[in-house]
Design a protein around this ligand. Sequence first.
Ligand code: GLN
Length: 434
Amino acid sequence: MAEGTLTFSPDDRYNAFLRTVSPARYGEGRLSGVPVAVKDNISTAGIETTCGSRILSGYVPPYDATVITLLKKAGAAIVGKTNMDEFGMGSTTENSAFGPTKNPRDETRVPGGSSGGSAAAVAAGLVPLALGTDTGGSIRCPAAFCGIVGLKPTYGRVSRYGLVAYANSLEQIGPMAADVAHVSLLMSVIAGHDPKDSTSLDAPYAHTPSPDIRGTRIGVPEEFFGEGVDPRVASVVWDAISLLERKGAEIVTCRMPSMAYALAAYYVTCMSEASSNLARYDGVRYGPPADVRKPWHEAFQERRREGFGLEVRRRIMIGTFSLSSGYYGKYYAKAQAARQNVRKDFRRLFAEVDVIAGPTMPTVAFRFGEKSDPLSMYLSDILTVPANLAGIPAISVPCGKVEGLPVGLQIMGRWLEDERVIDVAYAYEQGANP
Ligand code: GLN
């Protein structure tokens, strides 16, 4: 296998990268020598992986995540690890222990999150391809805010082996790029069955996007244009949907009543899972060590208090509470019932329509510090979490601007119909940029 070297030292004024890798070695394959940026919660052998957290600073994984092995096999040059909200908890990348990332479209604004570094690196032209992860919107939100394309694949279609878990029943690794064709290309490299991930499906992706969407039925739920959605964003997205209609799709307005509980179901579920997944950071096995001269519980508490940021501590506490014996029925169990209702709603809708469309985010990118209370931050995820609760594929494609800032069109599809979601996004992109 031929190998080359690549010098990668971008002018990273956006703080998109937590660290760059240079020179990179790369081989032959479909992505031979193509620079790829990787979110810092994906394990890279020999390269520090921190999840944007102090508690993992200095941690160098001894193995590669399966997606990294696949990228290397395809010849890609992994050039750096990108900034993110700590452990994926956030929608702005302001929750990184290593400082926020700036939005290359407007440096006074957040890039979205939690894969904000990956989105900014692509939007700034520092790399053509990046990997993000999406637990409740973390690929689609930054894609929308930075004006790029991002796909959350069907749950199980891309291996999670080597992804540092935040809320494993919800999250997927997925591709981010400037256009749909590149997202599709990266998807074809990372998708496929992996025996090392017990939730992995045997569904490889080998698709060439087609802009022919004649006869495709597109459902548009009223709830995606409800309270909290900026009317200017709604109007840009409706224009995009009209373009799809002109390309031969049929538009069907519909209802999704389960949206009333989707956000609460998502937050109870992700915090519960996080409280369990993050129990392993005890200052013994990862990151800077705890002070072992102290009684273990003190050392353990001290290490976690110092190592985790405010949002992570908040979520561990709420998640622990909702799983505790007295409150499990009231919170966790109810969230799972609400999650089933979201799935039922999608099943009912997908009997009538082929895809569902709406805005990715209710607004354009926020200014730094604008969402200072957790609830208003959480509310911004209302349109992205349903796809994670149901495990279905969803993409965000740029569809216009409001006051100069990008707006994302979100297309959700049936389980395992990532190809169709790609095609509708591609049809939009081709139609909008003839
Ligand atoms: N903003 C959501 C959260 O904070 C989604 C994050 C993600 O997808 N990783 O949980």
